[in-house]
Each structure stands twice: as C-alpha cells, then as structure tokens.
Design a protein around this ligand. Structure first.
Ligand code: DP6
Length: 364
C-alpha cells in the first residue's frame, strides 16, 4: 500500500446533506511513538492497548455548498468551540488529497468525551480517530459503497487509520482493538501509514487488562506532543532510542505470547521512563512529570515488591499515571489505588478503564 492507494478518485455530490456518528476510544502505548518524519511518518514503531471507556463521541453533519473553501464549525460538549478549529483546518489540509469532497460540503462537527474535560487525558487520539471515521462514512455515502464483507471492513479501517494518522499520529491506533501496531518493523505485520491490529498470539494473562488512570495534573501541558516530537531531530540519543523501540517491540511480541508478566512490566515501565528521559535530554529540555507522578511510581514499586504483584505504570506525554494490571489482580490493586494513590491525584480523581475492542459506528 502507498499513499496513492488512498486517494478517492470519483464520488458524486448528489447527496445534499446527511449526518453520521461514531465513538472512538483512546489508546495507551506500551512501546512509545516519539519522533516523526514529514507527513506524520513515525521514526519508530509503537504498539498500544486500545482503551474501552475513555472515548470521544463525534457526530458530523454535512450540507452541500457552492464555495470551494473549507467550511466547518466545531461544537464541543454542545458549545461552539473556536480553539479546536486551527487543528482541524490543518487536518483538512493534510487529508484533502485523499478526500476531495471536503471542499464540497459544510461540516458541523459535534464532539464530546466520556472522560472529563481538562482531565489532562490526551484526547487527540480518540478525537481525531472519531472525526476520521465520520469522514470515512461520509465517503461511503458519496460513493454508494457499503462495508459488508470482512475485506471491505478491513479496507475501511485501513483508510480510517491512515486518515486519523494525519490528524494525530497516535490516533491511527484507535480504530481497532485490542492491540494495535503502527510503524514498519521486522517483528509484526505493520505499516508507517496506518495502524494494524496485532495478530500475534496473546496469552490469557492479558485478557481484560486493566488501566486505571490517575489524574495527577489536569492542567494544560507546558510542551505539546507535536513540539516534543520535533525535538527528536538532532537529539543526541535519537538513533539509539529508535533502535531500542524496535527491540522492545520484538521482545513484547514474545512476552504477549508467553504471558510473562514480569518481563512485560520491565518493558512497559522502561518505555515510559525512556520517553520522559528523551524529553529531559532534548534541547530545550523539559520535564512533564510532577512530584506526585514520582510519589506514585515509588508507591507502585513498593507495593509490587511487597505483594508479589504484577502491577506496573506507564506514562503519556504528561504527568498522569496509567496503572496497568491483570484482571486477576483487580480487587487488590484497586484497594491499593484507593488507599494509597488517590491522594496524589488532583481532587482525588482517577478513571478506571480496560483494554477495548475499538471504535463503534453509532449512526449512519
Ligand atoms: C507520548 O500522537 O499526540 O503519547 O502525531 O503530533 O499528534 P502527534 O502526536 P501524538 O503523540 C503521542 C505520543 C505519546 C506516545 C504514544 O502514544 O505512542
């Protein structure tokens, strides 16, 4: 597959208007994407758990228009939102080659999240994948195609992921579940252009894997991911880091098959700390962890040691902590979180989630 294969060649604009609605989840990377080339091509492969309950729900209403400019309005939780517009404008500019009908219609994008606004949870993965899926359904309407066979569904998901990637890299891993790989590598089926469902063997230890997100800091990040990715250009450790991601993905593939939780914990925590180490060693350097992030990490290590547990943590580009653990430890770990960790969260706020199956069409 190349970029050219995703260009929509013909469509009709007989349809005056319509609306579609999708829900799409967030995802949490186990091997992290940090560093990209032009056109949202990742410098290294990544793999993530798709989440189940942290989702964006987006409805896109389209109405035919005469002018050929992009025209869209964004509503967030029912209110008109101007702040999101520049990001969507950039997104439209990046994808118009593949979806030329974007200039034929006015779009009303109505979006909301299941997780609280300003929770510090990155909503770009769920948000951009939800819009991408709505646009894909509109494309289908305009080309009078349906996705009934497995092949058609897989083609649909592939282009949806390709389009989502152009909105936000990690968004391409939110279309399907339960594990998705993005970025060419030697160990798994993969592509730089879109996320691919991980088809390797997955041990039952990872079934319904739990992710409790501890909201340490709900504020705006000092440095956005987009800026952070750029700082990997000329980064003194970039080459080693990109090579390490390949190695970690290969190791993780074996671990997912064997169910070796001990080894899983090591890779996942090392990936999280390496991501933040890259931030601390870029120029300019920055730190996104907060004192409470470190308090939580230390408490998790102590609990794991003392209780022979497999609980571990991972981090996104922010201060919040994702606490990952097998379903079999749900009760004990949740008790530990409530007793010892929530005090480090802003307003004691945390969100319980688990591995999920991917996006859902709500309405055509
Ligand atoms: C640390 O996907 O948010 O969460 O492509 O610039 O939108 P853009 O970046 P984004 O980066 C996410 C980075 C990460 C790691 C990961 O999800 O793999």
């Amino acid at each position: 597959m190349t970029e050219q294969d995703f260009i929509l060649k013909s469509y009709n604009t007989n349809i005056e208007n319509g609306s579609v609605k999708w829900s799409s989840p967030s995802n949490i990377a186990l091997v992290k994407y940090w560093g990209k080339k032009e056109h949202q091509i990742p410098e290294n492969p990544s793999i993530s758990f798709t989440l189940s309950d942290c989702k964006t729900i987006t409805e896109v209403t389209y109405t035919k228009k005469e002018s050929k400019d992009f025209s869209f309005d964004v509503y967030f939780e029912g209110e008109k939102n101007e702040a999101f517009k520049p990001k969507i404008q950039t997104f439209f500019e990046r994808i118009e080659t593949y979806m030329p009908f974007l200039r034929d219609y006015h779009f009303k994008i109505d979006t909301s999240n299941t997780f609280p606004h300003s929770s510090g949870i990155a909503s770009s993965a769920s948000g951009m994948s939800a819009i991408a899926l709505c646009l894909m359904s509109i494309e289908q309407e305009l080309t009078n195609t349906v996705t009934s066979s497995a092949v058609e569904k897989s083609d649909f998901n592939q282009k949806a992921s390709f389009i989502a990637r152009l909105g936000s890299g990690s968004a391409c891993r939110s279309i399907e579940g339960e594990l998705v790989v993005w970025g060419q590598n030697e160990s798994t089926e993969s592509s730089d252009l879109y996320g691919v469902k991980f088809e390797g063997e997955v041990h039952s230890n990872f079934k319904n894997y739990q992710d409790t997100i501890l909201l340490v800091d709900k504020g705006e990040k000092q440095v956005s991911s987009t800026v952070g990715h750029k700082l990997m250009y000329g980064h003194p450790f970039a080459k080693e880091r990109f090579a390490q991601a390949h190695e970690n993905l290969a190791k993780l593939k074996t671990i997912l098959a064997s169910g070796d939780l001990n080894a899983f914990v090591k890779i996942v925590e090392s990936e999280a700390l390496t991501l933040h180490a890259m931030m601390m060693t870029s120029m300019p350097y920055f730190i996104l962890m907060k004192p409470n992030t470190l308090e939580i990490i230390n408490k998790i290590w102590k609990f794991r040691e003392e209780n022979n547990s497999n609980v571990c943590f991972t981090l996104d580009a922010g201060a919040n902590v994702h606490v990952l653990y097998p379903e079999s430890e749900k009760e004990t770990v949740l008790n530990f979180i409530k007793k010892e960790l929530t005090k480090y969260c802003q307003n004691e706020h945390y969100i319980c989630d688990q591995i999920g199956l991917g996006a859902n069409l709500i309405r055509l």
